[in-house]
Design a binder for this molecule. Structure first.
Ligand code: CTP
Ligand code: MG
Length: 235
């Protein structure tokens, strides 16, 4: 079985605040995307990384990949992304050569995922799961609300799902390629993760242990944490 990783990196990073597209922002002096690419290429099982770049930034992403040291045994492709994350993942899947039968989908915004997490996801797909997600138990209790019409308005609570049964899902998510392709061809609802589309096909998605360092850089405080994690690794 050959494994490829698709890295959606075409988002603007609106919640991080003004500046370059999020994937191109520096973390420890190196673009976040390069960290994410290295995290995928660190797995010996991954022989191709497809980067889905901001549509106006494919040339810039190609030169970044050329400028940074990456493992020789890994191939790289760069394709332009789409309007929503889902569209970007689809465009990445469309670019995959036929010989890859396992696909990882990994957010450029999770630059620090450890290789052991990547390998655990691949292992579970190899063991026969059509879709695998790394995830962690929640620290916060989660409430479902009736969303307010106006921001800042109090919102009535609808339900409190038991926290012990909830998991916060990370990436890379791993898939049998044919399953993920079918999910992207048939599911038209907006989803926030790829495994959610496979669930909508009626297939079972399994969870493996995630990692604290696989957190997503979404808001400015996440960047502070990411810099601290990187500094600790470099000690
Ligand atoms: N992404 C993408 N194409 C899009 C939107 C998002 O490839 N049209 C990617 C992002 O680059 C990121 C990942 O999907 O690596 C997760 O998305 P998110 O964290 O929401 O990043 P952004 O969409 O860039 O951030 P924001 O929602 O704050 O604008
Ligand atoms: Mg987004």
């Amino acid at each position: 079985a050959r494994t490829a990783a698709v890295i959606p990196a075409a988002g603007r990073g609106v919640r991080l605040g003004p500046g370059a597209p999020k994937a191109l922002r520096a973390l420890g002096g190196t673009p976040m995307l390069i960290h994410a690419v290295r995290a995928m290429a660190a797995s010996r099982a991954v022989s191709l990384v497809v980067v889905v770049a901001p549509p106006d930034g494919t040339a810039e992403v190609k030169s970044l990949l050329d400028a940074h040291a990456l493992p020789e045994r890994t191939d790289f492709l760069v394709v332009p992304g789409g309007a929503e994350r889902q569209d970007s993942v689809k465009l990445g899947l469309d670019a995959l050569p036929p010989e890859y039968d396992i696909v990882l989908v990994h957010d450029a915004a999770r630059p620090l995922v450890p290789v052991d997490t990547v390998d655990a996801v691949i292992e579970a797909v190899r063991d026969g799961a059509p879709a695998v997600v790394p995830a962690l138990p929640l620290a916060d209790t989660v409430k479902e609300v009736e969303p307010a019409g106006t921001p800042g308005e109090p919102e009535p609570v609808v339900a409190t799902p038991p926290r012990a049964r909830l998991r916060a899902v990370q990436t890379p998510q791993g898939f049998d390629r044919a399953t993920l392709v079918r999910a992207h061809e048939t599911v038209t609802d907006q989803v926030t993760d790829d495994a959610g589309m496979v669930e909508q096909l009626g297939l079972t998605v399994v969870v493996v242990p995630g990692h604290e360092e696989a957190f997503k850089v979404t808001r400015p405080l996440d960047l502070v944490l990411a810099e601290a994690v990187l500094a600790r690794r470099r000690l």
